[in-house]
Design a binder for this molecule. Structure first.
Ligand code: C5P
Length: 297
C-alpha cells in the first residue's frame, strides 16, 4: 500500500506543574510550562482498506487497539468529516511510556495534523484543537509544540520564549506512572495546595510578553505530583539524587512521572553527566528544547 506521509512527534517536559483547582467535570485545572524537546517518536502513514485503522509497532508491549490515541485521533477525524479513508500507521516508539513525556498525546496530535492535511479535510486549527482536547488533555499543546504556559485542563496555551541555552538530562526510573492514578491520589488529599501562591505560581502569573528568565524559572521549579509519586516509588528519590550529584543546576519530575530531568546551562557538563548516569545503570536521555515539528511526504 502506498506511503503518503511521515511525521516526527516530539516529547515534552513540564518545567514545573501546579494543580490549581478541581473542576466540575472531574478534571483539574493546572498551571505549567510545557516545552517540546528533541526526543521524538516517528510515524509513517500508508493507505489501507476503506474505514480501516491499523497501527504497527515493533514494541509488543504497546497497546495498538482502539484505545491507542492514534486510533482515537483517526476515529475523531472520521466522525467529524465523514471520511472513510483507511490508514496504516507505523509507529517507531522512542519516547518512554508512563513517563510524563506526553508521547501518546504527541502521536495523536501528529496524526490529526498529518491526516487533516494529507486527506484535504480542511478542518481549521481551532477545530483540531477541540478534537485534540477530547482525545487527551495534552493533545492541544502538541498540535503546535514549542514552549507555552499551559492552564485550564491543558487547552489554554500561551506561547513564550525561555531565554538562555538549556540542556536537559532525563533519567527514567524503573517504573511507569498512570496519569489517572496520579490525579486520583492527588485529589484524595484534603489540601493539595489548590490556593498556594508559591514562587513558581507568582512567577508564571507575572509574565507578560517578556521572555521567561531561565534562571528564575529553574530556581523555583516544583511539581505537585512529585512527593506522592516518591511515596509510592522510592526509586524516584534515587534518580533525583543521582542528577543532583551529577551537577544539575535544578531537578524536577515531568508530568505525573516517572521521568526526572536535570537542567544544565552548558553542553559539556550535560554530556558528562548523561554518560556518568548511564554508566551507573540509569536509563538516560540527553535532550534540548525543540521548536515546531516536521511533517513531510
Ligand atoms: O486527559 P487525559 O486522558 O490525558 O487524562 C487522564 C486522566 O487524568 C483523566 O481521566 C483525569 O482523571 C486526569 N486529569 C485531570 N485533570 C487534567 C488532566 C487529566 O484530572 N487536567
Amino acid at each position: 500500500m502506498a506511503h503518503f506521509a511521515s511525521a516526527e512527534a516530539p516529547a515534552k517536559l513540564n518545567l514545573g506543574l501546579k494543580i490549581v483547582g478541581k473542576r466540575p467535570d472531574g478534571y483539574h485545572d493546572l498551571l505549567s510550562v510545557f516545552q517540546a524537546i528533541d526526543l521524538s517518536d516517528a510515524l509513517s502513514f500508508e493507505e489501507a482498506e476503506e474505514s480501516r485503522t491499523e497501527i504497527r509497532c515493533a514494541d509488543p508491549a504497546l497497546p495498538i487497539g482502539p484505545d491507542n490515541l492514534i486510533h482515537r485521533a483517526v476515529d475523531a477525524l472520521r466522525r467529524e468529516t465523514g471520511t472513510r479513508r483507511g490508514v496504516r500507521v507505523s509507529l517507531t516508539k522512542v519516547i518512554p511510556t508512563g513517563a510524563g513525556l506526553g508521547g501518546g498525546s504527541s502521536d495523536a496530535a501528529a496524526t490529526l495534523r498529518v491526516l487533516n492535511g494529507a486527506w484535504c479535510l480542511g478542518l481549521p486549527g481551532e477545530r483540531l484543537l477541540e478534537l485534540g482536547a477530547e482525545i487527551g488533555s495534552d493533545v492541544p499543546f502538541f498540535l503546535r509544540p514549542g514552549t507555552a504556559i499551559v492552564s485550564g485542563r491543558g487547552e489554554r496555551l500561551r506561547y513564550v520564549r525561555l531565554d538562555g541555552p538549556v540542556h536537559y538530562v532525563l533519567v527514567r526510573p524503573p517504573f511507569e506512572v498512570s496519569t489517572a492514578w496520579a490525579f486520583r491520589r492527588l485529589s484524595e488529599r484534603a489540601n493539595f495546595g489548590l490556593t498556594a501562591r508559591t514562587k513558581y505560581v507568582n512567577l508564571l502569573n507575572s509574565i507578560a510578553d517578556s521572555p521567561i528568565s531561565a534562571c528564575e524559572l529553574f530556581a523555583c521549579l516544583e511539581n505537585d505530583f512529585e512527593p506522592l509519586v516518591a511515596e509510592t516509588w522510592p526509586a524516584l528519590k534515587a534518580a533525583r539524587a543521582a542528577l543532583v550529584t551529577s551537577g544539575a543546576t535544578a531537578c524536577c519530575m515531568t508530568g505525573s512521572g516517572s521521568v526526572v530531568f536535570g537542567v544544565f546551562f552548558e553542553a559539556g557538563p550535560a554530556i558528562r553527566a548523561a554518560s556518568e548516569l548511564q554508566r551507573a545503570g540509569h536509563r538516560t536521555f540527553l535532550c534540548r528544547p525543540a521548536g515546531s515539528v516536521s511533517a513531510g511526504r
